[in-house]
Design a protein around this ligand. Structure first.
Ligand code: ZN
Length: 198
């Protein structure tokens, strides 16, 4: 297997992170020996490793692991893919939805693999713009399709909880390759992702 699906924690990294988070708790003015906080450094250490597990995973290998020859050239859309990531500026979460489409050029991939690619790049310290392009590039490089489109809509806790406190703002980013650079194809995709089908 070219990637791991299970939760796996590096013992050395966990121990070092635990020590760090214990210090952080003190520095923030709390008592790390308080009952409710005793296991907190370990929980954060494991949560953070889980949240950043995308570094050890190869998105193109995932796509190639379920790549099939198929003579179709209709747009394939996977919409409303749940997304949870961490902004690299504040290490606070941003979350939302990704909508991904491609137009096959002889090859298709498993639909669940598209969602996996979103996870792999989300589970890192990110900016939404780069995340959008990385998803597009992975699909472009592994399937060589006629076109790829990625739209991400996300809320950023660093904007909602601190500073400007804009609770309801949603950031939308997009990236288009090939056929999707044509107005007609791109608007068909935009129409399809905004449509309620049921
Ligand atoms: Zn931020």
């Amino acid at each position: 297997m070219s990637y791991k699906k299970t939760e796996h924690y590096d013992e050395e990294a966990t121990a070092a992170l635990m020590k760090n988070y214990r210090d952080n708790i003190s520095l923030l003015g709390e008592d790390p020996d308080r009952e409710g906080l005793l296991k907190t450094p370990e929980r954060i250490a494991k949560a953070m490793q889980y949240i950043t597990q995308g570094y050890g995973q190869d998105a193109e290998a995932v796509l190639n692991s379920a790549k099939f020859h198929e003579d179709v050239s209709e747009m394939v859309i996977v919409k409303d893919i749940e997304l949870y990531s961490m902004c690299e500026h504040h290490m606070l979460p941003f979350y939302g939805k990704a909508h991904v489409a491609y137009i096959p050029n002889g090859y298709i991939t498993g639909l669940s693999k598209i969602a996996r690619v979103v996870d792999i790049y989300s589970r890192r310290l990110q900016v939404q713009e780069r995340l959008t392009h990385q998803i597009l590039d992975a699909i472009h490089n592994s399937l060589n399709p006629l076109g790829v489109a990625v739209v991400i809509e996300a809320s950023h806790l660093c904007m909602m909880m601190r500073g400007v406190s804009k609770q309801n703002s949603v950031t939308t980013t997009s990236a288009f390759y090939g056929e999707f650079q044509k107005n007609e194809t791109r608007s068909e995709f935009m129409k399809l992702i905004s449509a309620k089908l049921h």
